[in-house]
Design a protein around this ligand. Structure first.
Ligand SMILES: O=C(O)CCC(=O)C(=O)O
Ligand SMILES: [Fe+2]
Length: 227
């Protein structure tokens, strides 16, 4: 359900992103949601068509492209444009589930996974936890700078009010080649078993049982995957 990627961004990337965010212009976050949700959202977001947004997008996009864990967990077929938000004292985002039909660019896509990348240290602001309602139990998430949380787009979630400091995050929505979270989980488990063969056996991926698992992975991908 919830996956954490501890060091998605390096310290050097974080420093570059912070510099760009300091130079960026922000707009009221209510502009990017429909009427029904406006009441529940108080934050600021980097202007969509701006040079800073594009430069930060390129840095985070390069990080997810090189992250093996991200690729194995999300199995992405499309990663939409990144959104950069800031929450100061009194700002929050109430209970909602994200839109599953995204307008892009590059074109309309289905969001299967939502991702929050934390851009500043957790002790630099008070409150501001991302809370996921998993099986009716609230699960608060506040990660180190550079770490990311990946969660199903349809799960109910919120951002608690920030009471001091500034919470900055990057967000994106991902269409996966494998639509159902339960199917993705089976494939992630298989990847982990293959990883065990690779790291802990003499034959590695040439072990006959590893070859069989690779066949299972391909068969399931053929059943569940979409290009
Ligand atoms: O800031 C976050 O961690 C999540 C924000 C959010 O839920 C959204 O923008 O849809
Ligand atoms: Fe959300």
């Amino acid at each position: 359900m919830l996956f954490c990627l501890p060091k998605l961004l390096s310290d050097e990337e974080l420093a570059r992103i912070r510099g760009l965010l300091d130079a960026a212009s922000f707009v009221d976050g209510r502009q990017t949601v429909g009427m029904a949700i406006k009441q529940r959202k108080r934050n600021r977001e980097v202007v969509a068509r701006s040079a800073e947004r594009e430069q930060i997008d390129a840095i985070v996009r390069a990080a997810v492209t090189r992250s093996n864990d991200f690729q194995l967990i999300a199995l992405p077929s499309l990663i939409g444009p990144f959104l950069f938000s800031s929450y100061g004292p009194g700002e929050f985002y109430g209970d909602h589930s994200d839109n599953v039909m995204m307008s892009g660019p590059p074109h309309r896509f289905r969001a299967d996974l939502s991702m929050t990348v934390f851009l500043n240290e957790p002790d630099s602001y008070q409150g501001g936890e991302l809370v996921l309602d998993t099986d009716m139990r609230p699960q608060p998430i506040k990660l180190q700078a550079g770490a990311a949380a990946l969660y199903p787009t349809t799960v109910l979630h919120r951002v608690n009010p920030v009471t001091a400091g500034e919470r900055r995050v990057a967000l994106c929505w991902i269409q996966s080649t494998v639509r159902a979270a339960a199917h993705r989980q089976v494939l992630i488990d298989l990847s982990q078993s293959l990883d065990f063969f690779m790291k802990a056996t003499k034959e590695g991926l040439e072990h006959p049982q590893a070859i069989r698992l690779q066949k299972v992975y391909s068969n399931l991908m053929q059943m569940w995957g979409e290009p």
